[in-house]
Design a protein around this ligand. Structure first.
Ligand code: HPA
Length: 267
């Protein structure tokens, strides 16, 4: 099935050979506007490809050029809280792998667990903690894509992170670095959960990214993960959280995020 999905896409994009994957989070789709000579394929047109449902997520694949890279962008991702079987995320990543990508850039909106990581700023993910207790790798293992028990030691590429650090300095953009704690959602956390995640080593909390990164690490795709901090975790301030507020703050940092990614792809 993976090969069939990839073959359908390859047929639509003809002689393009993607080397970079992009998965963009809530309200962070702007980078896709910089893709030149775009070919847009709605997920609904791709046989056997999963559908995306949440507000603010578009559900299409955008393929084209950014500088010298051929990128394939999943504009709209698959959240476990939508009720997707976690394996659909593995499907999406394996399709990208067959299409030829070597590196994956993932972005998300996240809540801050670290008082120094203020809303509107960006955190590069150095590592994660999977509090969702779900893995997209549960089920039969296709050995051609990776081992049954893949290592997560370098899930967030030290090499790419190093490069991104230099780029942030060059562009004079503050880039925090820390641990992303994934929860299943869709409810926001309780104040007690936020306190617990802080103690356990998290710097930011969100409802995505980890499944994609687990799949990418397994099939040896280098990952860079960027979180836009949209709010402090529940109970760290007095305001209750809303999806609207999350979207608003992410638009502010989205411009910086776009600059970072575009510069990153200049190499
Ligand atoms: N918690 C979980 N996910 C999020 C948050 C949060 O506070 N903000 C944005 N995504």
């Amino acid at each position: 099935m993976i090969e069939e999905i990839a073959a359908y896409i390859q047929n639509r994009i003809k002689d393009l050979h993607p080397d970079t994957g992009l998965i963009l989070g809530s309200g962070l789709g702007d980078v896709a506007n910089s893709i030149k000579d775009q070919i847009v394929i709605p997920y609904t047109e791709i046989p056997n490809f999963p559908r995306s449902t949440v507000a603010g997520h578009k559900g299409m694949m955008v393929i084209g050029k950014i500088h010298n890279h051929t990128v394939v962008c999943l504009q709209g991702r698959f959240h476990l809280y939508e009720g997707h079987n976690p394996q659909v995320i593995n499907t999406a990543i394996e399709v990208l792998k067959v299409l030829g990508i070597k590196q994956l850039i993932v972005t998300n909106a996240a809540g801050s667990l670290n008082i120094d990581f203020e809303p509107g700023s960006i955190m590069m993910i150095s590592d994660h903690i999977n509090f969702s207790s779900r893995s997209p790798l549960v089920g039969p293992n296709e050995e051609q894509f990776g081992p049954r028990f893949p290592s997560m030691l370098k899930a967030y590429s030290p090499k790419l992170r190093n490069r991104m650090r230099h780029i942030a300095a060059l562009l004079d953009i503050t880039l925090h670095e820390g641990v992303y704690a994934m929860v299943l959602g869709p409810n926001f956390e309780t104040p007690a959960e936020i306190r617990a995640f802080k103690i356990l080593g998290g710097d930011a909390v969100g409802m995505s990214t980890v499944p994609e990164v687990i799949c990418a690490a397994r099939c040896k795709i280098e990952v860079i993960g960027l979180s836009v901090i949209t709010n402090y975790g529940s109970g760290m301030t007095l305001d209750p959280l809303s999806h609207e507020e999350t979207l608003m703050q992410s638009q502010k940092a989205s411009a910086d995020l776009t600059r970072l990614i575009l510069e990153f792809l200049k190499d």
